[in-house]
Every structure is written in structure tokens, then in C-alpha cells.
Design a protein around this ligand. Structure first.
Ligand code: ADP
Ligand code: ZN
Length: 728
């Protein structure tokens, strides 16, 4: 018997399987999908078994599989199919696809491998010795006797509760024995709560999905903020579990996982596994193992949880389907929604895409009847959608109100007096967004990217938000050594400190990437704010989605134009979604919510649509724009980057690629470029971009494969292909 093994090296030239013979001790043990160690050249490396065959067609010397690694891990048939799908959809290598589906602890070739399981030690009396006589002979060692008596009453005790020298003696004499047991690091401690009685809209949504539990169908659950989508998920998942199946719930951000996970834990107890990037390696391992062992019926997680090895899957729910975080920005550049759709088809189950602000793609498909639209238009209970005020910042500037408008100050004051809470959104972290010298014109710029660096006051660093390059800020200008550095631009750090100057009594907390580096920081901030330990929450887009704080009655958007001015075809959509979502954090319970949006473009139609909570007008206008300019959902996009250390070489190769595309693509397909990428220089490399817009093009994939393989051996340049990019 032979095994076809794909090895850990993610290079195109090795994107195939190698034949190994199966040693007799593994003959009845080795299965397709297992991870194995194999000899490869002079090394021992790892790979996955993709096939087991009786005959050998290889024309090279066949060597033997050495051993199985991580015996519990077996990539099932579905996951192997998903890997093929990823490879085909993103043009990555198969091994890259397989590896991206696994937590780091279980990847092939993990150099830090160890036993990731976490054990707890317990002690118990040794039943094989004569305890009575031991007690008789050792009466004077009171501490030892105490332990023995404890264990006589209590079968076994956690060792860490009694770790002293008397216990050591008892252990060494064999009176007490120790045993280890695997325990999961994450334990659910949520109090169980009773499910809510669904409102009519919720019940209606639930019933519609329930009808299709045994078929492939995609629903667009279009429910306004606060319409109670989470309760619908819970009810439908209970139904799924009752039929013996399992559920996957995806959420966009770590900050959101916390709240939803808590809500799920309160309903499903320890039947839930959580997967997101701020878990430790060990925690992730544990959660993954729970799924492999079929110990949970529900998985809640961020993007890569779409690969959770849940067997007998019964439903997939994608919360906030419009979040860009579902697209992976590194190879393989997959979209979790596509993978989810693939899995839903594979398993003949429904996929639910839920949001208050659907992507144009999803809404358009719903309009065409490809997806089934379910609407929830009312907030639950007494709560209503907030009132939205638009403030023209040009007028405020004339009054020297640079950051806060008068209305915002007044409203914050009012809410603080009423002991209600406030959320302020500024989608930019750091203190000042650039520093320049008024004497010589020096600007802090990243040496490896085309980007001005942002000042972070707490750490006194300047940082490139693109590549992360960080240096200490000097007091004098680093170039002319004059004391002439000036600070411009506003980030959340400065916003917080300016706010504190005005409201010195207020308790302010900030949530952005800088303060959430530490593990568990999200949870702590969200919990503290929910427990009313703070009055104002200041943050980046992290505070905009999904969070449910009943006491928040005011949301302020400091600079609504920031995302509007990004030169990207999706910027209108992103802005509409961001503003509507953050507005949706206000007035979620019985207190009335208000929203203040500060902008230099008060008449902009996006801002107006947000104000009127008018998704439909936004949708119509935006669709019109997309159709005219041939953007999604009317056209599909592919972004191709040609990247190299030399500007000239990269540009020349990009022109060659363009020429090749022009010759080989369909005539209706549009091919634009090459132009410099939005950020031309990134990490010392120059990037040129070609954009393809197409509707139907059977030859596209093969042409792109051709180009990609042509550059595999090029030393000066490489190609990056991104299907349906978030941004171009
Ligand atoms: P969405 O995700 O649609 O914005 P949530 O699921 O967060 O809304 O629900 C909003 C609030 O309404 C939550 O505090 C939730 O507990 C509450 N809620 C939801 N459904 C009900 C219901 N049927 N009865 C009472 N309260 C509900
Ligand atoms: Zn940089």
C-alpha cells in the first residue's frame, strides 16, 4: 500500500503529491487526511496524506512514511474538498490551502510542536496500600494525616490546592497517587439564561429559515440595528441541534466575538467552541480539539472559523455579512462567505447572511431571487431608531471648534448629567497623524513604505501603520536639530485627552488597536463599559459594530469624511455601513438614542441616507454608480499586483503582464493599468497594479494561472492575484 503525501513546503514547484510506502505497523492505522512525517531529500519533514493506493506509479525510489503526527487530527473529506476549492478560487498551492485551515499548533512543519493539551493534576489515596496502618505509625505527622483524612472524604482533590511538603512525602511513599487529566483552558462560566419570547418579526424570520433546514439556500437577514438578530440565531440553532446537527456562527471582529460568545454560552453552556485570533495558541488548540472530538454543537468564531471541522453541519450564520474582515488579505486570499457558501452547498444546508447594512452584492442577489430576503424592520421592545443630527464642521471651524462641535459638547454634557453613556467614533488611532518640522520641512516618513508615520504619545513612538515600523520620537527635529516639530492630525489617543480636558470629571475609556494588544483587553473594556464603570467610550471602527450597551444614549462621529475620502470604489458603501452601524449603538433600550455626525460634507448623499436611515435610496444610487463605472455587483474584479525591489523592473514586468492579458482575455473583459498601487512602496518593494473587470470569461482563470506560473521562477518580481478584492 502506498500513500500520496503533499509536503509542507508551500512552493509552486512542489504543488503535487509524492508517493511513500506505508510501513506494516501503520497499514491498518493510516487514513487519508492524516498528518505524517516523511523523509524528503536529506530531511525529515511533514505533510498530509491525500490518497491511499494499492499500486505505485512513481518512477523514483519509494521511501517509507516515518510516523503519524497529531493522531487526533484527520482532515475529513469535506475539508479536503474545501482545500481544492481554495486552490482553484485563489490560485494558491494546495498545501497553503490546507495549512490555512488549521490552527498554528496543528499545522504541518510546526517547529514549536509540543503537547499543547493542558493537564490538571489530581491526587487520590492509593487503594492498594494499608492506609490504616500508615496512619497508626505516623500519627505525629499531623499535616499528613490531615491530607489523608481529606482524601478519605473526597475521592480526589486538585493537587494545586494542597501543594506542600507533607503531600510530597505521601506521594513519594506511595500512600497518595497522582493522576493527570486534560482540561480545557477556556471554561464557560456564564450563568444560563432563559431564551426570550420572540417578537413577531423574529418568529417570522425563524420560521422561514426553519422551513429550509434540510436544503441549500442562502438567506439575507436584513434586520435593522437592535432588531434582535442574535435571538433568531439562538432559536434556529436550538432547532438544528435538536435534529442532531451542528451550527457555525461567524462574527467579524474579536471585540464582537466576546459579546456574542457570552450570549451563546448563556444559552448553550459548554456546547460552544470559540475561535478567534486573540486566543492563545493553547486555547485555540483546545477549542479545535473540542470540535474534532465532536464535543460541541456550536462554533462561534472569526474568519478562519469557516474551516472549523464540524461534522454534520446543519447551518452556517454569518453575522454582519458586510464586514470587510471576512476577506483574508494574505494568501490564500479567500472570502469566508464564498467558503461558507461552498460548505452550505456541500452539506445541503442553509446559509444565513445577516446585517443591518447589506453589501450591494448580497442585496442585488436577494432582489434577483438568488437569495431569500428576510426583513426585520423594527427594534425590539420600546426602543426606536435614534435621531441623527448632522453638523457642518466648516461652520464650526470658523468658530475655532476644531474637534468638537458645540452641539456635541452640549449633548455629551446633557447625557453625563443624566448618567447615560456616550460612544465617540474616530476611525484613526494614535495621537497626531503626522509630525513635521517648521524649520526644515522634515516629515516623519516610514523608510520602507510610502507613508507618513503616526505619533503615539503614550509610548512616545512614531509608527508606520502599514508595516508596523516604529521608532522613538526625538524632541528636536532629527534632521536640522531645531526645536521646531509641529503636530497635525487627530487620532483616538488625542481625542481622548482633549475630551478629558473638557470633561475632567468624566470617566473615559478608549478602545483601539493600541490598547487591545494585550490578551483579554477587549473583554475587559467591553465589560467595564457595560458595567457602567465608564461614561464615555472612545474608539475606532472597533466600537461601531454589534455591541449592545443599553445605557448608551449618544453616539458621536468625529470625522465622518475620513472614510468617504478614501479613493476606493467601495468607500461610499463602507461609509454608509460604518455610520449606520455606529449610529445603531445608540438608544438600544428604553432610553431614546441620539447621534451626532460631524462632517465637512453635510449635503453628501451618503450622509443624508444615513441621517434618514434610508438604505434603499443609498442602494439605488450606489448601484447606479457601480453600473456606470462597471464595478461589482455588475462586474467581477481581479486585482493583480506586480511587485519588485526595483521600480523600473516592476513597472516593466507589469507592462508585460498587461500586454499578455490584452492578448488573451475575452474582448468584453476590461483590463486597466498598470498604475501605481494605492501605496506604491511597501516594505521596500514597489507595487504596480492591473485591474480586470469581467462578467463572463472562461479563459480568465487559465490565463492568470499561466501568468502566475511564469513568475514562479522570476527572481526580481512576483505576482499577487486577488479575486474580488476589498479595495483596489
Ligand atoms: P441586533 O444584533 O439585531 O442589532 P441584538 O440581537 O443585539 O440586535 O438585540 C438587541 C437587544 O434586544 C438585546 O439587548 C437583546 O437582548 C434584546 N432582545 C432581542 N430579542 C428580544 C426579545 N424577543 N425580547 C426581549 N428582548 C430582546
Ligand atoms: Zn512602513
Amino acid at each position: 500500500m502506498y500513500a500520496q503525501v503533499i509536503v509542507e513546503y508551500p512552493v509552486k514547484t512542489l504543488d503535487k503529491t509524492f508517493t511513500y510506502s506505508i510501513p506494516s505497523i501503520l497499514k491498518n492505522v493510516l487514513l487519508v487526511g492524516m498528518k505524517v512525517k516523511v523523509p524528503f531529500g536529506t530531511k525529515e519533514i511533514e505533510g498530509f496524506v491525500l490518497e491511499i493506493t494499492d499500486i505505485c506509479e512513481a518512477d523514483y525510489e519509494i521511501r517509507e512514511i516515518i510516523e503519524i503526527i497529531d493522531k487526533e487530527l484527520i482532515l475529513n473529506e469535506e475539508l479536503l474538498h474545501i482545500a481544492d476549492f481554495l486552490k482553484e478560487e485563489t490560485l494558491c498551492t494546495k498545501i497553503k490551502a490546507l495549512q490555512s485551515m488549521l490552527p498554528s499548533s496543528l499545522k504541518a512543519g510546526n517547529k514549536k510542536r509540543k503537547d499543547y493539551a493542558h493537564y490538571e493534576a489530581y491526587i487520590r489515596l492509593n487503594k492498594e496500600v494499608d492506609i490504616e496502618s500508615y496512619i497508626r505509625q505516623n500519627r505525629r505527622y499531623e499535616k499528613q494525616i490531615e491530607i489523608i483524612e481529606l482524601l478519605e472524604n473526597e475521592e480526589r482533590i486538585s493537587k494545586k490546592d494542597i501543594n506542600n511538603s507533607s503531600l510530597k512525602t505521601l506521594l513519594s511513599r506511595g500512600i497518595v497517587v497522582e493522576e493527570k487529566e486534560q482540561v480545557y483552558r477556556l471554561q464557560n462560566k456564564e450563568d444560563q439564561i432563559k431564551d426570550k419570547v420572540l417578537t413577531e418579526e423574529q418568529q417570522n424570520a425563524f420560521l422561514k429559515i426553519k422551513e429550509s433546514l434540510n436544503e441549500y439556500k442562502t438567506f439575507l437577514l436584513f434586520g435593522v440595528t437592535g432588531s434582535g438578530k442574535t435571538e433568531v440565531y439562538i432559536k434556529i440553532i436550538k432547532e438544528v441541534i435538536a435534529s442532531g446537527k451542528r451550527a457555525l456562527v461567524m462574527v467579524p471582529e474579536i471585540s464582537l466575538t466576546t459579546q456574542i460568545a457570552q450570549r451563546f454560552a448563556a444559552s448553550f453552556g459548554s456546547d460552544v467552541a470559540i475561535l478567534h485570533s486573540s486566543l492563545s495558541v493553547g486555547e485555540k488548540y483546545d477549542e479545535y480539539i473540542k470540535i474534532i472530538r465532536k464535543e460541541v454543537h456550536v462554533v462561534v468564531g472569526t474568519r478562519s472559523s469557516v474551516f472549523a471541522p464540524l461534522e454534520n453541519l446543519g447551518i452556517i450564520i454569518i453575522d454582519e455579512e458586510d464586514s470587510p474582515s471576512y476577506k483574508q488579505e494574505n494568501t490564500p486570499k479567500y472570502h469566508a462567505k464564498d467558503v461558507a457558501m461552498y460548505r452550505a452547498k456541500y452539506n445541503h444546508i442553509p446559509l444565513v447572511l445577516a446585517t443591518a447594512t447589506p453589501t450591494l452584492e448580497a442585496k442585488a442577489r436577494a432582489d434577483k431571487g438568488v437569495f431569500e430576503l428576510i426583513k426585520m424592520e423594527k427594534r425590539v421592545g420600546a426602543s426606536t431608531l435614534p435621531e441623527i443630527h448632522i453638523v457642518d464642521m466648516e461652520k464650526e471651524m470658523k468658530q475655532k471648534n476644531m474637534i468638537f462641535s458645540r452641539l456635541l459638547i452640549e449633548k455629551i454634557k446633557e447625557k453625563l448629567e443624566k448618567k447615560e453613556q456616550v460612544i465617540l467614533l474616530l476611525n484613526r488611532r494614535g495621537f497626531s497623524t503626522f509630525i513635521t518640522c517648521s524649520n526644515c520641512g522634515f516629515v516623519y516618513k516610514c523608510p520602507s513604505c510610502d507613508i507618513t508615520m503616526t505619533f503615539h504619545k503614550t509610548s512616545n513612538n512614531v509608527m508606520c501603520h502599514y508595516c508596523g515600523y516604529t521608532i522613538k520620537k526625538s524632541d528636536l527635529c532629527p534632521k536640522c536639530h531645531e526645536d521646531a516639530l509641529n503636530y497635525y492630525g487627530l487620532g483616538t489617543e488625542k481625542l481622548e485627552s482633549e475630551l478629558q480636558k473638557i470633561f475632567n470629571e468624566a470617566r473615559i475609556i478608549r478602545m483601539d488597536q493600541d490598547v487591545t494588544q494585550k490578551k483579554g483587553a477587549h473583554e475587559r473594556i467591553i465589560k467595564a463599559f457595560k458595567n457602567l464603570e465608564y461614561d464615555i467610550l472612545v474608539g475606532t471602527q472597533m466600537v461601531s459594530k454589534g455591541l449592545d450597551f443599553p445605557k448608551v444614549s449618544l453616539v458621536g462621529v468625529i470625522n465622518a469624511d475620513a472614510s468617504l475620502n478614501i479613493p476606493d470604489f467601495r468607500s461610499n458603501e463602507t461609509t454608509f455601513s460604518l455610520l449606520s452601524q455606529v449610529a445603531g449603538r445608540a438608544g438600544r433600550s428604553d432610553i431614546k438614542g441620539e447621534v451626532i455626525i460631524q462632517t465637512f460634507n453635510p449635503d453628501n448623499y451618503i450622509i443624508q441616507c444615513v441621517k434618514n436611515n434610508d438604505y434603499n435610496s443609498f442602494y439605488r444610487k450606489e448601484m447606479d454608480f457601480r453600473r456606470k463605472l462597471r464595478y461589482p455587483p455588475y462586474y467581477y474584479l481581479v486585482g493583480i499586483k506586480v511587485i519588485g525591489k526595483s521600480y523600473e523592473v516592476a513597472l516593466k514586468e507589469a507592462q508585460k503582464v498587461k500586454k499578455y492579458l490584452d492578448m488573451h482575455l475575452n474582448r468584453e473583459t476590461i483590463c486597466l493599468g498598470p498604475t501605481t498601487a494605492a501605496v506604491l512602496k511597501y516594505k521596500e518593494e514597489y507595487r504596480f497594479q492591473i485591474i480586470i473587470k469581467y462578467r463572463f470569461d472562461e479563459s480568465l482563470k487559465s490565463v492568470l494561472k499561466e501568468i502566475a506560473s511564469f513568475y514562479v521562477t522570476n527572481k526580481d518580481c512576483y505576482i499577487d492575484i486577488d479575486f474580488n478584492p476589498n479595495r483596489i
